[in-house]
Design a protein around this ligand. Structure first.
Ligand code: ZN
Length: 321
């Protein structure tokens, strides 16, 4: 299957670093340290640069836990502190591998694949992937409003209740998880696992995430009625029911629809099924890759690793790593 291809690292300066970081623990630790600190290691507690690597007294080599000590606050810490890796005992080389694969496989990577390649338990692999998805999700306060031409569309994971499916009734729709998509033409995407796609839910998201000067483009869903008065650039609709995919004025929502196609094929093909409870995490993973699509694979991997900083998740790691 295509998705199992080896990640492409051409033209990336980290081409030499990644494979080593995935196979050797010290190389992995130093890789994560370089990506977080550059040439200037800092105390993970007080940010002081007055830190040193702790060494094993007998061998003179780096401390087994790869600890640093701060001369200012006197505390010890590792590169994991203050990131989604904190309190995890899974070796960093496995984290490096999972970050790499999650950042470079278009449709994502299955926990089963991580289990096989890293020789860790399935539960550990699942845990690791969940945390990487959490890292990839943007912090709420870091999101500027979408501008210019903004496409809005909704789908149901498992199939969209298009007019031709309406006879199948609300029972079918109930089982499926709705996802709402806002995408700026040639810009970034923002998708949400939502409780429903009522006019109220969509309006709330539009007001929160789309700039007032934007032009909104949607399909003929009546939930968007009245949107023209909210956006200075107006509201254009495409009439899918009459077989129209690009309106006479060039309006279309093909970007949103193709983004949904990748999401669905990925979730069906790689993850097979995703519970409603976790859907938002998978959506964040796909959005991350979309929003970093102009980076090369190496830089995207580094962006994912950097996004792990300042984020912590407090659910317990399974015991057998
Ligand atoms: Zn300190």
């Amino acid at each position: 299957m295509k998705s199992n291809r080896q990640p492409q690292l051409a033209n990336s300066p980290i081409v030499k670093e990644i494979p080593l970081a995935c196979s050797n623990e010290l190389a992995a630790v130093e890789f994560f340290e370089r990506k977080r600190w550059g040439d200037t290691p800092r105390c993970v507690h007080c940010e002081s640069k007055n830190v040193y690597k702790m060494v094993d007294e007998k061998t003179g080599e780096r401390n087994k836990r790869f600890l640093w000590k701060c001369r200012d606050c006197g505390k010890q810490g590792t590169i994991r502190i203050g990131t989604v890796l904190e309190e995890s005992r899974i070796p960093l080389r496995h984290w490096a591998y999972a970050f790499w694969r999650a950042s470079t496989s278009k449709k994502g990577v299955a926990a089963l694949e991580i289990k096989r390649q890293c020789q860790i338990s399935y539960r550990s692999a699942l845990f690791l992937m969940h945390r990487i998805r959490f890292a990839m999700a943007p912090s709420a306060e870091s999101l500027p409003k979408l501008k210019g031409q903004v496409e809005a569309d909704e789908t149901y994971i498992g199939g969209k209740p298009r007019p031709q499916n309406y006879h199948r009734g609300p029972a079918l729709r109930k089982k499926k998880a709705p996802v709402f998509c806002l995408v700026e033409r040639n810009g970034s995407i923002r998708r949400f696992a939502v409780a429903n796609v009522s006019a109220k839910t969509l309006r709330t998201a539009l007001v929160k995430h789309v700039d007032r000067d934007a032009t909104l483009i949607t399909d003929e869903n009546p939930a968007y009625l009245g949107a023209h008065s909210r956006f200075a650039g107006g509201h254009f609709t495409v009439h899918h029911a009459s077989g129209e995919y690009v309106a006479y004025n060039g309006a279309h929502i093909n970007t949103a629809e193709s983004s949904f196609a990748i999401l669905k094929r990925g979730i069906m093909g790689i993850y097979h099924a995703v519970s409603k409870k976790h859907l938002h995490r998978y959506v964040a993973e796909y959005d991350f890759r979309w929003n970093t699509r102009k980076l090369n694979d190496g830089d995207r991997t580094v962006a994912a690793i950097r996004s792990a900083e300042g984020k912590r998740l407090f659910y317990r790691e399974p015991s057998a790593a």
